[in-house]
Design a protein around this ligand. Structure first.
Ligand code: CA
Length: 225
């Protein structure tokens, strides 16, 4: 249960998203233009923003820019037309956490909302109290220095392996689909048909221990504490 702000000027889409999120038990607020959206987002009681790009008053890019420059780290999922890949890359560079190409099914958006909300409130313990370290199942990740240790021994992880390990630790005990892992670690830079996730899970198992990541048939992978 979270408070989700939907910034979308197309009433049909806004009410479709709001209705779906309310059915999931969330509280929703809809803003139909950029300035109102920014006000709500900065008000402090919003847990996640679903943000359209083409908006009256101030577009989604500018809203995102202002939000981040005022220090807000609320998760933002950008709604974007399927053919605006360049826009989307700009959005991700501008501090969006994820994007959702339009048109979309509610289930797809909801999966991303759930993932972002979980990451915003990690259930994994941070061992030094500053939120710089994640630890689970004998594996420790230092998010600041990008160092990883297994049972106290340092292991070398590539940037992609580290990002993959991070999402697994943040969501320990939960099944993550290949699509979620692709989205999070590879962003736009992937071919959905490729087996890159499976290959990298293989690399991680070799480095973190073969039993660290369980294959859940037909669903994805799960990191167990
Ligand atoms: Ca629009």
């Amino acid at each position: 249960m979270a408070h989700i702000l939907i910034v979308e000027d197309e009433e049909r889409i806004a009410s479709f998203v709001a209705k779906g999120l309310r059915a999931e038990g969330h509280r929703t607020t809809v803003a139909a233009d950029g300035p109102a959206g920014l006000d709500h987002a900065l008000a402090g009681d919003v847990d996640l923003v679903v943000l359209d790009i083409g908006l009256p008053g101030m577009d989604g890019f500018e809203l995102l820019d202002q939000l981040r420059s005022q220090g807000s780290r609320i998760p933002v999922i950008v709604l974007t037309a399927r053919d605006s890949v360049t826009d989307t890359v700009t959005a991700l560079e501008g501090g969006a956490d994820d994007y959702m190409p339009k048109p979309f099914r509610f289930a797809e958006l909801n999966a991303r909302v759930r993932l972002r909300l979980r990451q915003a409130t990690p259930s994994t313990t941070t061992t030094n109290g500053t939120g710089d370290q994640l630890s689970a199942g004998g594996i420790e990740l230092d998010l600041r220095t990008r160092r990883a240790t297994v049972s106290g021994t340092e292991v070398e992880l590539s940037a992609r392996e580290f990002a993959l390990a991070e999402i697994f630790l943040r969501n320990a005990g939960q099944v993550l689909s290949r699509e979620q892992l692709l989205d999070h670690v590879w962003g736009l830079d992937f071919d959905p048909g490729s087996n890159v996730v499976d290959v990298y899970v293989g690399y991680l198992r070799r480095k973190l221990g073969s039993r660290s990541i369980t294959t859940v048939r037909g669903m994805g992978y799960r990191f167990d504490r």
